[in-house]
Design a protein. Structure first.
Length: 456
């Protein structure tokens, strides 16, 4: 099958749009089914708010485990793109075969460990005695589908990086649509509650995983999955490049876990559980921002990686400008949406006036500096796509450090509700440093690579 997009000859502007838009839309749908999942849970009669808070405790744990798929997928996909840019098909095949084996082994090990430690994880991550039964029922089923979740997400990166952005989008759509259909059946018709929501998710992940692997084992992609030629050297390089997105996602969830813990600590029993429910809704709203934004910057990494491997600095420059414009346009739209449409979003989860008031206040604080976040994503993910993992991880760690400092300091000197200011403070300061690093460090590295005769 001919690739949908030619990374070597297509016009950069069209290439960015052709890769970014399907990925962004796929992430929108993926977020939508996550929101529908929580919306149904929040509307379970009598126990909806508590069940929603319980699932909110599970959310960071699940996403942290899911970050392993990005560790391998986003670590290997740029490397495969670079090899394709160098016209090194043998090296590209080796990357994919090593990544498949590595991800499969990691997924199996994580499943075993997660199921063995699930009770401790829930207590550590903020489940109160009231919320524990809901969280336990949900996460047990989710953990059982870990292998399918990690393979579908991680291996999908190798579909997108070969130019098949629409195929990658369809794999996400398949799981999302199936989950939306199964949710009301499992939760209400079969009367399975939060357990039913988790079962619907796992079935959807199995379907998506099957679609992804069927494509990658076929003759349609230029680089299919093959077996053999395994080398620890290749796996180590993949893990090094993918360390940045893995740490970013893992620390994002550690940040949410820490936020939950601080809310419980300073909010007290009743207010703490209420604010946890509000934070669950808030984080659902933020997924509408961060996942499609990551879809834009993640899918276009392959353009940067391919042209970095091909030593074409001119195409990298053009791609960066188009990616930045798209990111800022998106974050600008979402900033406006956070002001105009947040009330309607919150009412999907709860109709309690006090919950609505607190959640709206949290959303409006949390999104104050949403627009500069697009700059941060473009620079960090762009550096990752070109294999500049040390630069990317340093910039990301700087942002996380500011956030952690704020969530531990603010409640100590202010009301616990002020803890939500940690996000806009970090979103304002971090892009300033990233811009400086982009011009002073990243640009010279790109120019040097373009002039070098050595293999990258």
């Amino acid at each position: 099958m001919k690739s949908e997009n030619n990374l070597d000859t297509d016009k950069i502007g069209a290439l960015v749009l052709n890769l970014a838009i399907p990925s962004m839309l796929a992430q929108f749908v993926s977020v939508f089914y996550s929101i529908v999942d929580r919306m149904y849970i929040g509307n379970i009669p009598e126990t909806g708010e508590l069940a929603l808070a319980g699932v909110g405790v599970c959310g960071p744990i699940i996403t942290m485990i899911s970050s392993v798929s990005f560790w391998v997928g986003v670590g290997g996909a740029p490397l495969l793109s670079i090899r394709l840019g160098q016209k090194n098909q043998k090296g590209a095949r080796q990357v994919l075969s090593n990544c498949f084996l590595l991800l499969l082994i990691m997924a199996l090990l994580i499943t075993i460990l997660a199921l063995a430690l699930k009770h401790k994880l829930l207590w550590w991550f903020g489940a109160s005695k009231v919320l524990f039964p809901y969280a336990d029922a949900y996460i047990t089923w989710i953990f059982s589908g870990t292998v399918f979740a990690l393979l579908s997400t991680g291996m999908n990166q190798f579909i997108i990086c070969q130019g098949f952005s629409k195929v990658g989008m369809k794999s996400v759509l398949l799981g999302a649509v199936l989950n939306i259909i199964l949710d009301p059946v499992c939760i209400f018709i079969l009367d399975l509650g939060v357990k039913g929501a988790a079962m619907a998710t796992v079935i959807s992940q199995i379907a998506s995983c099957g679609y992804v692997l069927r494509f990658l084992f076929s003759s349609k992609p230029e680089i299919p999955i093959t077996f053999g030629n395994y080398q620890w050297k290749v796996m180590k390089r993949v893990l090094l490049i993918g360390l940045t997105p893995f740490v970013i996602i893992a620390l994002d969830n550690v940040m949410i876990i820490s936020l939950n813990a601080q809310i419980q600590r300073f909010g007290g029993y009743q207010r703490g559980d209420m604010l946890l429910t509000c934070n669950t809704i808030l984080q659902s709203f933020m997924l509408i921002v961060t996942m499609p934004l990551g879809g834009i910057t993640g899918s276009t990494q392959t353009i940067l990686g391919f042209n970095y491997g091909a030593k074409r600095a001119d195409r990298i420059r053009k791609a960066e400008r188009h990616i930045l414009a798209l990111c800022l346009m998106f974050t600008g739209i979402m900033f406006v949406a956070s002001r105009l449409f947040a009330p309607y979003f919150v009412m999907l989860f709860t109709r309690d006036p006090e919950y609505i008031r607190l959640t709206l206040e949290a959303i409006r604080i949390y999104t104050l500096m949403l627009i500069p976040l697009g700059i941060q994503y473009m620079i960090v993910d762009g550096a990752t796509g070109m294999g500049l993992s040390k630069i990317a991880i340093s910039l990301s760690m700087f942002r996380k450090s500011i956030y952690f400092l704020c969530i531990f300091l603010i409640p100590s000197v202010w009301d616990v509700g002020g803890i939500f200011y940690a996000e806009p403070i970090s979103d304002l300061i971090s892009p300033i440093l990233s811009i400086a690093v982009f011009f002073l460090v990243i640009n010279p590295v790109i120019e040097k690579a373009a002039e070098s005769s050595q293999e990258i």
